[in-house]
Write a protein that binds this ligand. Structure first.
Ligand SMILES: Nc1ncnc2c1ncn2[C@@H]1O[C@H](COP(=O)(O)OP(=O)(O)OP(=O)(O)O)[C@@H](O)[C@H]1O
Ligand SMILES: [Mg+2]
Length: 499
């Protein structure tokens, strides 16, 4: 039996009158990768935050190496060798990547920050992680994945004994997940304890030795990975059977809805051309950094292209702002819900109705009642776990925030829907709801452009898949050709056999 590094006993966390975690006990062992599993809002992040000193428990104790400790803040956790890569990393946008990594503990020399050493060290850490982030450039505009990599670099630069990853792989592509896996395996072999939160079953079964399953704030089971299977785990998580994603029936696409030709923007994407027809779901696949998100943002008027042309419903379209895009019936569900998607202090119903305001209240009156009723509809349809529609969205778990951002854009009744990682962080049950929703929209004639790093999702939903690499579309795969292997091969520039 390996040694217990951290033992949490009877952890309970209450916000106001709501108990979000109740009587949770887990042991993190040296040399083990331990998954926390559960639906959106089950309490996984809360458990992680209690161990990492982001929240303090209402009741319960934590021991490290058998000694009871208080972890009142992240600094105390860090002193105990505990690091958390949060689901929503807080990055200082004006500071450089290196300063973010070493925030508060920059290498010093003669009473001053040793910039040369800090940049060199940051560069080394980032290259270990295989990410192309310039250590000297401001962190502004970095994707969620990149910001999580900064957090991971920060954790690795210290002497971590317990590393907790809260959905770190959600926004990574298979290649990057592989690289992360190598790092986690190394930590494991060094006798560190790793806690891993995620929603992709395959990945969890590959990586983890032990599973703790949460439901509604309670631990409902602990298993050794070798003693269980996906079916049992999903059943424990949701308390019922879920029918997982099958293949979407393909329908005959209609007239061209979105036509893009020769779209370029310096250093972001080059000569992008494709067409999405009415009722068609077209996938945009590629590694993180391939330029997929930039293309989406450009089509939505957020990142102007230097050259190229766009036609919407057969007519030339000049899209210079999101307002232009929305008037043309385009909606973009962004990848980064906190930076671009949700207004955190506002209530759930306000967030959900925001983009549809012009439609709900044509004369500029906000019809609260209508908006609230619509929000209630979405809460039911997407099983959003919340108190009610009045709850501020920042109090929702990550996956539930994502559902509201999705609702906000679906509410606008778009004819062209661009989805950037729409199910990132969404649990298995809700994910199948979102997939059904996308299939229904296509059935109704909506043209869908789907960016997703979840390959089974791309394969199941898309009529065609465009693969981007280094800013260009390098491959178009018809439905029959679009297997996970073929997509990975095209995205990484390998032949299928080597991939
Ligand atoms: N500050 C807060 N105030 C009130 N409720 C909160 C607060 N923070 C979290 N909660 C609630 O606690 C519950 C558990 O949230 P938690 O973030 O732990 O879920 P999770 O399992 O990580 O879900 P996900 O998979 O969506 O990330 C949720 O219902 C959430 O709304
Ligand atoms: Mg969470």
């Amino acid at each position: 039996m390996s040694t217990v590094l951290i033992q949490a006993t009877g952890l309970t966390k209450t916000f106001g009158t709501v108990t979000v975690l109740e009587d949770a006990s887990v042991s993190l062992y040296a040399g083990e990768i331990h998954a926390f599993l559960g639906e959106n809002g089950a309490g996984k992040s809360t458990l992680a935050k209690l161990i990492a000193g982001v929240h303090t428990p209402t009741r319960g104790t934590i021991t490290v190496d058998g000694r009871q400790v208080a972890i009142p803040n992240p600094r105390a956790a860090s002193a105990l060798g505990i690091a958390l890569i949060p689901q929503e990393p807080q990055t200082f946008p004006d500071l450089s990547a290196a300063e973010n990594i070493f925030a508060g503990r920059q290498p010093m020399r003669g009473g001053r920050v040793d910039w040369a050493r800090m940049f060199a060290e940051a560069k080394r850490l980032l290259s270990t992680l295989g990410v192309a982030i310039d250590p000297k450039a401001p962190a502004r505009g970095l994707s969620v994945a990149d910001r999580q990599m900064l957090e991971l670099a920060a954790a690795l630069s210290q002497d971590v004994r317990v590393l907790i990853l809260d959905e770190t792989t959600a926004s990574l592509t298979p290649g990057e997940v592989k690289r992360l896996t190598v790092i986690l395996r190394r930590l494991q072999s060094e006798g560190k304890a790793v806690a891993f939160i995620g929603h992709r079953m395959e990945e969890i079964f590959d990586l983890c030795d032990r599973l703790t399953i949460l439901r509604d704030g309670k631990i409902v089971g602990e298993r050794l990975t070798c003693d269980t299977d996906t079916d049992e785990v999903v059943r424990l998580m949701v308390g019922r059977e879920v029918d997982l994603l099958k293949s979407r029936p393909s329908n005959t696409p209609g007239a061209p809805m979105l036509e893009v030709s020769g779209l370029s923007r310096e250093r972001k994407f080059i000569n992008i051309g494709f067409t999405v027809h009415k009722g068609e779901v077209v996938g945009l696949a590629g590694l993180v950094g391939a330029g997929r998100t930039e293309v989406a943002r450009s089509l939505f008027g957020l990142l102007p292209a230097d050259s190229g042309a766009v036609r919407v419903a057969g007519k030339p379209a000049a899209i210079r702002s999101p307002g232009d895009a929305m008037r043309l019936g385009i909606a973009l569900v962004p990848e980064d819900r906190q930076q671009h998607g949700a207004l955190l202090p506002m209530s759930l119903w306000e967030n959900a109705s925001l983009a549809a305001l012009p439609r709900i209240s044509p004369r500029g009156w906000v019809r609260d009642k209508v908006a609230r009723a619509m929000a209630d509809g979405w809460i039911g349809k997407l099983s959003v776990r919340c108190r009610d529609a009045e709850q501020p969205i920042r109090e929702l778990s990550g996956g539930n925030q994502q559902k509201i951002v999705l609702a906000k854009w679906l509410q606008t009744d778009p004819s062209i829907l661009i989805l950037d990682e729409p199910t990132r962080g969404i649990d298995v049950g809700a994910k199948s709801e979102v997939h059904r929703l996308i299939a229904d929209l296509a059935e109704k004639g909506v043209a869908v452009l789907l960016i997703s790093s979840d390959l089974p999702e791309v394969v199941a939903l898309c009529d065609r898949v465009l693969v981007m690499r280094e800013g260009r579309i390098v491959r178009e795969l018809a439905r029959q050709e679009a297997t996970s292997e073929a997509i990975i091969a095209a995205a990484s520039g390998l032949t299928e056999a080597t991939a």
